[in-house]
Write a protein that binds this ligand. Structure first.
Ligand code: PGA
Length: 237
């Protein structure tokens, strides 16, 4: 695993944006695995700015998002489809039919769909404070594929900031599995902010085990951990 520690969250966002921009420049038919949440938001903004400034073409790009809530309105403010629309898709010329989200209806064949498109070239990932990747909460099997999952209480509490109350936060989601993620040809794990200090320490120090889903990433042959100084306080990369 390659570890790159940069000063600020903005530096991490710039790195992530550049990697995605170059991936698409080098291969206009790239298959991107995309994440939601606070970590990638600024990187998406930078990609949009670059798109407008440099006349990029994303018309052949295919995207697979990591997860989607169950029980929220697809077009409403809390769905990850709406997040992606506002954060990235409303600006880039990625055809709507090339934008995939794991849903109850396609969960069973989401991994086949990824395979059919040649596999994910570049997967962008964050990590939860409990070590989850996508919505693969602690004790998710390492061989899991896309499926319906139950959210951990700590995840619901952390994500409640996007909802009016904790009661509104869904209890279930559809998530790519850990094996689905590990099939990506390349992974960028982006981690920023003080709240992630401890999970990064655990990620680096604890053995690989299903109680710490992110730990499996240490075995991926092409992964970069990109981290800011706040999240990386305990590491000397
Ligand atoms: P965050 O979420 O980027 O909002 O911290 C990361 C995650 O839970 O995977």
């Amino acid at each position: 695993m390659k570890i790159i520690k940069l000063k600020t969250q903005l530096d991490v966002s710039k790195y992530v944006a550049n990697e995605i921009i170059h991936q698409v420049k080098n291969n206009p038919k790239s298959v991107l695995g995309l994440a939601t949440g606070s970590t990638p938001h600024q990187a998406y903004q930078l990609i949009k700015e670059d798109y407008k400034l440099n006349n990029r073409d994303y018309s052949q790009v295919v995207t697979f998002n990591l997860d989607e809530y169950i029980g929220v309105d697809f077009d409403g403010p809390n769905s990850y489809q709406t997040y992606m629309k506002n954060a990235l898709f409303d600006t880039l010329n990625i055809p709507k039919e090339n934008q995939f989200f794991p849903l109850v209806d396609n969960a069973d064949h989401y991994d086949d769909l990824i395979k059919k498109h040649g596999g994910i070239d570049l997967q962008l990932l964050g990590v939860g404070i409990n070590g989850h990747i996508a919505f693969n909460e602690p004790l998710s099997p390492f061989n899991s594929l896309t499926r319906i999952v139950e959210l951990a209480e700590s995840t619901r509490i952390r994500n409640s900031k996007y909802f009016n109350s904790i009661e509104e936060v869904p209890t279930h989601a559809v998530s790519m599995g850990i094996a689905s993620i590990m099939h990506a040809k390349r992974i960028i794990l982006a981690v920023t902010g003080k709240s992630k200090q401890l999970i990064i320490k655990r990620f680096l120090e604890e053995p690989i085990n299903e109680a710490l889903p992110v730990s499996i990433l240490k075995t991926h042959p092409n992964i970069t951990l990109i981290i800011d100084e706040e999240a990386g306080e305990y590491i000397s990369a």
